[in-house]
Ligand binder design. Structure first.
Ligand code: NDP
Length: 334
């Protein structure tokens, strides 16, 4: 078994390559070439901390595995990523454990890469003004992903803690060479933006639909549990909605369930999946004025396809630590 830490995963999973991997993973899912059970989420007694188990299997290329991850939203104050855990890859023919990868890095990169794919497929080609709501781990990788798919002219960030927005802007200048304007309110960041990414741990809406201009594209990334929202009902009702997977959207997203219950969305309307847009069976943006909204819930297939790519590169380039681990027929059981 090969073990790959955060730095090694980050090095072996560049954003642009990951966007292409996510396109093929989501296309496979929408073709029916993958099994992805709904994740099992165990809530801990304190606060909003959870442990989630996310298994998946894909057919071509065959990948088998699971992500096991904790989400401790207050980890920022401890200097830790809110998402901690491992992606485990198993041999699809004999079940051997092949690899254990740091899940913080895989999650940070693959989530932004999926939003990058959504933006490439759905934002106006000339979209150049980006608003980020939130300034944490996902804000950083989202800035990188948005810059990979669109020519950014203006970037604005709003964060609940003003000092965190300022630190984000400093990081963006040093790490990516991008100038980022800090905003005093979410509304100030969003008004006039072509692309909006909501990447907060808020449980209440941070984005109001009234602030969105015609033609905006929104990536809604936080609130991946059915008791948290980042978007008000107007934002969802005004937009043409896309999902990473319909089953996850209907089961796991209050951003979808609440406006549906309020009668703001039509229950008989099929929400398209991003993979269907990749496959060309559903059109992406239809005109320059449409507001498009990608609701990201996060899928194990995204983790596994990214992890498989990292493992193949690590084997070729001899990166990581190899630990002999084999359940042989003579090692006993029980
Ligand atoms: P971080 O802890 O790194 O950052 C959290 C951000 O949310 C900070 O900018 C923080 O602001 C902001 N925030 C926290 N509480 C509130 C609030 N009540 N109102 C407004 N803003 C708030 O988290 P990540 O960047 O790793 O994750 C961001 C979100 O994305 C989380 O909800 C996470 O669960 C979700 N996520 C979704 C994935 C998917 O696949 N869809 C995958 C991974 C994460 P400040 O620091 O300024 O106080």
């Amino acid at each position: 078994m090969r073990i790959l830490n955060e730095a090694q995963v980050t090095e072996l999973l560049p954003m642009r390559a990951c966007i292409e991997l996510m396109a093929s993973a989501l296309a496979a899912l929408s073709r029916g070439d993958a099994q992805v059970p709904l994740r099992s989420v165990m809530r801990l007694p304190r606060g909003h901390d959870v442990l989630a188990v996310m298994p998946a299997h894909t057919g071509d290329p065959e990948v088998l595995g699971a992500k096991i991850i904790t989400v401790f939203p207050d980890n920022q104050s401890r200097g830790l990523d809110a998402h901690q855990g491992a992606v485990l890859l198993f041999h699809p023919r004999d079940g051997r454990l092949l690899a254990l990868l740091d899940a913080s890095a895989v999650t940070a990169i693959r989530t932004a890469a999926v939003s990058g794919l959504a933006t490439r497929l759905l934002a106006r080609p000339d979209a150049g003004t980006l608003a980020l709501l939130g300034s944490g781990v996902q804000a950083r990788t989202h800035l990188e992903a948005m810059a990979a798919v669109r020519q950014l002219r203006t970037v604005r960030v709003w964060s609940r803690t003003a000092a965190h927005a300022a630190a984000f802007a400093e990081w963006a200048r040093a790490a990516l060479g991008l100038e980022v304007m800090t905003c005093a309110s979410a509304e100030e960041a969003v008004r006039g933006a072509d692309i909006v990414c909501t990447v907060t741990s808020s449980r209440e809406p941070v984005l109001e639909g009234a602030w969105l201009e015609p033609g905006t594209h929104v990536n809604a990334v936080g609130a991946s549990q059915p008791d948290a929202r980042e978007l008000d009902s107007d934002a969802v009702a005004r937009a043409r909605l896309f999902a990473d997977r319909r089953e996850s959207l209907t089961h796991e997203s209050a951003d979808y369930q609440v406006p549906l219950r309020e009668g703001r969305l039509r229950p008989d309307e099929t929400v398209p999946e991003l993979g269907e847009v990749v496959l060309g069976t559903v059109p992406g943006r239809r005109d320059a004025d449409e507001i498009t909204l990608f609701k990201s819930l996060g899928l194990a297939i995204e983790d596994l396809v990214a992890a498989q790519h990292v493992l193949e590169r690590a084997e070729r380039e001899d990166v990581g630590t190899v630990v002999p681990m084999l359940g042989t027929a003579t090692s006993g059981a029980g």
